[in-house]
Design a protein around this ligand. Structure first.
Ligand code: VGL
Ligand code: ZN
Length: 219
């Protein structure tokens, strides 16, 4: 069992990121049983939900001549364009039906501003607009954030490095994530984790109740 200052952040385990969805991540649905086995270890669980309006600026369909996975310059910097996905209220935006959501203490929705994307669960891609998660974690006296879900190289990765920027220990449970895996994005995420001090572990270590991340005994 994790302690009162530990949080499991379950990022974007939604139908559109699973096989058959609009922005499918290879084997995205396979994170669900792994996450369901981790949930009982945590008294603090927060879910995030990518929750876009129909006319979201991250959709390639909003930019004539552009295709999904192209990039475009936004006022806040470079933005990857995506297939239309996670439209508010759609089946694609719903959590995977097998994900156990009942014990979560909050659901943070993000990407609701039509002109700004939000990969991180803490701060939108303009790097200034907060989602509210930081305030919630502060009020809960969280010190350590474990991250799972979709996708490793986008929303999980940005949330993990932002958790460090907010002063938390951050630990990605890698077998409970899957990447979108565009050219270079997985390596970039791993490099960002090294630079920011994000630890990476596997679910077996967490469920075993052993120490993880910094301070883990060797040998
Ligand atoms: C995500 C791309 C676009 C994610 C969300 O959850 O990783 N990726 N929107
Ligand atoms: Zn999105």
């Amino acid at each position: 069992m994790m302690g009162p200052h530990d949080l499991l952040l379950v990022v974007d385990v939604q139908n559109d990121f699973c096989p058959g969805g609009n922005l499918p991540v290879a084997d995205g649905d396979q994170v669900v049983p792994v996450i369901n086995r981790l949930l009982p270890q945590f008294r603090n669980v927060v879910l995030t939900q990518d929750w876009h309006p129909l006319d979201h600026a991250s959709f390639a369909s909003m930019h004539p001549g552009k295709s999904p996975y192209d990039t475009i310059g936004m006022p806040y910097g470079e933005q990857t364009l995506w297939p239309d996905h996670c439209i508010q209220g759609s089946d694609g935006a719903a959590f995977h039906p097998d994900l156990e959501t009942d014990g979560a203490l909050a659901v943070i929705r993000k990407g609701m501003n039509a002109s700004v994307d939000s990969y991180s669960a803490f701060t939108e891609n303009d790097r200034s607009t907060p989602t509210g998660l930081g305030g919630l974690l502060g009020a809960l006296h969280i010190q350590r954030v474990f991250l799972v879900g979709l996708a490793f190289d986008f929303c999980v990765g940005w949330s993990a490095t932002d958790a460090r920027a907010h002063g938390y220990e951050a630990i990605v449970i890698e077998d409970a994530t899957r990447p979108v895996d565009l050219p270079g994005t997985v390596d970039a995420a791993r490099e960002a984790f090294r630079d920011a001090g994000v630890a990476v572990t596997v679910s077996r270590e967490v469920r075993g109740g052993g120490a993880v991340g910094k301070g883990r005994p060797s040998g």
